[in-house]
Each structure stands twice: as C-alpha cells, then as structure tokens.
Write a protein that binds this ligand. Structure first.
Ligand code: 0RA
Length: 174
C-alpha cells in the first residue's frame, strides 16, 4: 500500500455501492446479528474473535487478546499473519478495506484463503464495522503498522502506514 495516496477528503463519497450494503446492515441489524440487545454486542465480539480463531486454526496465530476498554470499546488483537493489505486490482483498494467495508465481500474473498467471516451467521467483520460508531483496524505486517479508521462502516481515509513494528498480527477496535 503506498503511503502517499489521495487526500482523505471526500474519500467515502466514491463508495456508493459499499454504502448501500452497509446501510442495509444499519437499517436491519437484527437480520445480521440476531438482535440488538447485549447479545447483539456479543455477536459482534464473537464475529471479530472468530476471524482470529480461523487464523489460529490455520496454524498462524498463537495468541488472541480481547480487551474491554474503559470507554466500553472492545479490542481484539492476534499475532497472526495480519489481514492482507495489498491492493485489489479490480477495486483499486487495499484488501483490508475490502474486507472491512464490503458486505459479504465476493469473489476471491469468499475463498478460504481470504476467509474473514466466521461467526454464527458468518456475516463478517464488515457487519461489525457497519454497526460500530467508530472502528480502527491495524495490521502488523512486513515491519509496518497499517491502519484504517471507519465511522458507521465508512472508511475515513485509505489504508496508511502509521508506524514500524517488529510485531505481526491484526488489531481490531470498535
Ligand atoms: C487471509 C489471508 C491472510 C491472513 C488472513 C486472512 C487473516 C485474517 C484475519 C482476521 C483477523 N486476524 C486475521 N489474521 C489473518 C494472509 C495471507 C498471506 O499472508 O499470504
């Protein structure tokens, strides 16, 4: 992912189709996560943790840490390979962004090699994102920390490198 990409202004305006998918989730959350009580919140946590469990089952991750923060946000961090961040040729955006912002991300992302769903209904982490007022994804890969933030599932800027790191893994906070 190049660091010097487009300005952040007007970024989500381009993603009309993406918004339609995410708006469907926000309109009828119960259809996607069962209900909107505390169980729904648990579903969002399960959905996120399941992705890390998949990575562990695949043999690439040994630790998954779930934190309920003081501000009631939840952080799920693993030490797996990290969600891929390479640019998707068709969509011209990072694989991370596709996974985070496209409902039931199709084609290649349905293959097990790109499985980022899991969970009871397998709705995927894009549902978690859509139903979160704010979400931050960080991927620790290739010595770098890649980051993207979202509001109600809408990317606030393209994936960018924010730091260097010796760690590996994925950190999701919502
Ligand atoms: C597919 C491919 C690769 C990593 C993952 C999925 C992955 C997804 C999640 C979701 C939470 N934690 C995760 N960790 C890994 C990597 C493929 C490659 O490096 O070649």
């Amino acid at each position: 992912m190049a660091e010097n990409q487009n300005p952040e202004e007007n970024y989500s305006g381009k993603n009309i189709q993406v918004l339609e998918g995410l708006e469907a989730v926000r309109k009828r959350p119960a259809m996607y996560i069962g209900d909107i009580s505390v169980k729904g919140l648990h579903h969002l946590i399960n959905e996120t943790v399941d992705n890390s469990i998949d990575e562990a089952m695949a043999g690439f991750c040994t630790e998954i840490e779930v934190t309920i923060n003081k501000d009631n946000s939840v952080t799920v961090q693993d030490n797996g390979r990290g969600i891929p961040v390479d640019e998707q040729p068709k969509l011209h955006k990072s694989a991370l962004e596709v996974v985070m912002t496209i409902l039931h991300a199709g084609g290649k992302f349905n293959k097990s090699s790109y499985k980022v769903s899991g969970g009871l209904h397998g709705v995927g982490v894009s549902c978690v994102n859509a139903l979160s007022s704010h979400m931050t994804s960080q991927v620790f890969r290739d010595g770098k920390i890649y980051q993207q933030e979202y509001e109600e599932g809408k990317a606030l800027y393209p994936v960018k490198v924010v730091a260097t790191t010796d760690l590996r893994g994925t950190r999701q906070q919502f």
